[in-house]
Design a protein around this ligand. Structure first.
Ligand code: BDR
Ligand code: CA
Length: 306
């Protein structure tokens, strides 16, 4: 049984690792990707995604440019200090032959969902604007999609862009609120768990030593990511936000703690916070713990991409 996947991303160093993990997991069938402004602009994110897919030998996967602004019209924060000016740590990737498909990401997502009703698995590793727009366009989308896995939120820990806000939620809180409230099964993979599982120098060296075009590029883009996180974390290691969400979706790592919680996304006041709300339906599976061998599992699957 394969897992047909639509990836919604803002590629991004850790998004790049997630893409590699999808390519390296035999039962993952990446049908298409859409991009959103987050770590970099939606257009640059599409360029990065196409270039990475081509490096991994999957240049035929359709990539669509998505939302350049949040639902309220605002742009994203400047993440260049984390992900470099081009989103991939300043690394110049060989330019793929393919260009983005000439439809917006919402159209690509809806077409894929309608083509395989009830089968498509959605992985969101960026702000949730495209998914919210797709819900508005097609109210039956929750019935057409099998499930949604979101890297985002800081539920019981501090945020990473404000004291309470995690980047993917804080860039477009209205979109996040709509996605979490919709009647589809959502698994949230928040900072609570992603911050605790990190690549270090040995993982970077393994990618470099693997010596393929994709692994070499991933190793190179990790250097700037290490540089950003070292003073933040007090060690030269980086959290595996997006690849962990991909691994959870694919069942590639063992989940040890994942309660069903009622959540609310704050759109005023503590804007961008994801808070537990006893009055909300307990409909979101929130991953708070994964097995100790998660990092080596992720490394193995990223290396398997080629
Ligand atoms: C999330 O925000 C982005 O910077 C990363 O790619 C990840 O998806 C972490 O908060
Ligand atoms: Ca991301």
């Amino acid at each position: 049984m394969s897992d047909p996947i639509y990836l919604d991303c803002d590629t991004g160093v850790d998004d790049a690792l997630a893409i590699a993990l999808l390519l390296g997991t035999p039962h993952a069938e990446l049908l298409g990707a859409g991009t959103v402004t987050g770590n970099t602009g939606a257009d640059q994110a599409a360029r990065n995604t196409l270039d990475l897919l081509a490096l991994g030998g999957r240049g035929g996967v359709p990539v669509a440019v998505g939302a350049r602004h949040a639902l309220d019209g605002s742009g994203a924060h400047d993440a260049s200090v984390v992900h470099g000016g081009n989103g991939v740590g300043g690394v110049e990737l060989p330019r793929a032959a393919a260009d983005p498909v000439p439809v917006p990401a919402v159209d690509l997502l809806l077409a894929l969902a309608r083509a395989r009703p009830g089968e498509l698995r959605v992985l969101a590793t960026g702000p949730l604007t495209n998914l919210a727009m797709a819900l508005r366009r097609e109210p039956r989308l929750p019935e057409l999609v099998r499930d949604v896995t979101v890297m985002g939120g800081a539920v019981r820990v501090p945020g990473n862009v404000t004291g309470h806000g995690e980047a993917n939620i804080a860039v477009d809180p209205e979109a996040a609120a709509e996605v979490l409230a919709a009647s589809w099964p959502v698994t949230l993979v928040p900072l609570d768990v992603t911050m605790r599982h990190r690549f270090g120098a040995a993982d970077q060296e393994a990618l470099r030593a693997h010596g393929t075009p994709l692994s070499t590029a991933l190793a190179a883009m990790l250097t700037g990511y290490f540089d950003y996180y070292e003073p933040v974390l007090g060690e030269r290691r980086v959290p595996l936000h997006d690849p962990l969400a991909a691994a959870v979706l694919l069942g590639a790592v063992d989940v040890s703690d994942a309660p069903m919680l009622g959540l609310r996304v704050e759109v005023d006041g503590r804007r961008g916070a994801v808070v537990e709300d006893a009055s909300a339906a307990r409909q979101t599976r929130v991953v708070l713990g994964v097995a100790d061998d998660t990092v080596p599992r992720i490394r193995e699957l990223v290396l398997a991409a080629g």
